[in-house]
Design a protein around this ligand. Sequence first.
Ligand SMILES: [Zn+2]
Length: 280
Amino acid sequence: MLASGEYVQLGSSLGRVVAPNPGPMTGSGTNTYVLTRDWKNAPVTLIDPGPAIDQHVDTLLEMFGERIESIVVTHTHSDHSPAAAPLALATGAKIYGATPAPDAAYQDATFRADFELSDDQRLEFDGVGLRAIHTPGHVNNHYCFLVEDDGIVLTGDHLMNGSTVVIIPPAGVMKDYIESLEKIKNYPVKQFGPGHGDLMDHPVEIIDWTIQHRLSREQKVIEKLTEIGRASLEELTPPVYDDVDPSLHFMASMSLWAHLIKLETEGRVANSNDVWHMLS
Ligand SMILES: [Zn+2]
């Protein structure tokens, strides 16, 4: 469990403050990353300001005040972006992100950006380089960021430390998720800085393991659906996720739905009236 409210130095130009929102979907809480040459004196860029919890916003304002010049968000889920607005209001910071927020559950519909991100765009804040990598999958407006000085890729919710990322259609797309993982390999990455949990070593192995994990789940979807014949999402979730705690089955059913849509686009399954069956 990472302690919330403290500044932790992670690299030469990178630190972290954890928001006080721990939970089953957020792990220890959302990581607000701090890009700066000197966290006590230099200008600060926040990556994922986090939820708009007063305690978190106040902590960040006390630590950095008007040195917060820029705010960047990985995506517009309600545990990542809502603190951008109150922080920008208090400091005059400029907000970088991808809008509009998808019209979907758990989204921060209030999010507004001063600057739109584009894929492979190089940003520079006080001489510190940050490369934006468009990584749709978890949601379609998701970006990861390479901190050039440290070779750390901030992964938002594309990869988490200690739990599997939930993919909720239609804003979440399984095929895109897997392709975005491959894409990150094109960058010189030494470590991952996930949106939840501690830094992760061996990034290429993590990517390969994650893709393999998704494909073996897909294989299980095919096996169980073949066995059962015809099944709704609710009927198919328990057998496909029999290794996952039942209290997480609703969220798991969203990822199952994402798997089924991927298989449907590949012409391997079909559904009528929300009942799914194999085609081949
Ligand atoms: Zn998210």
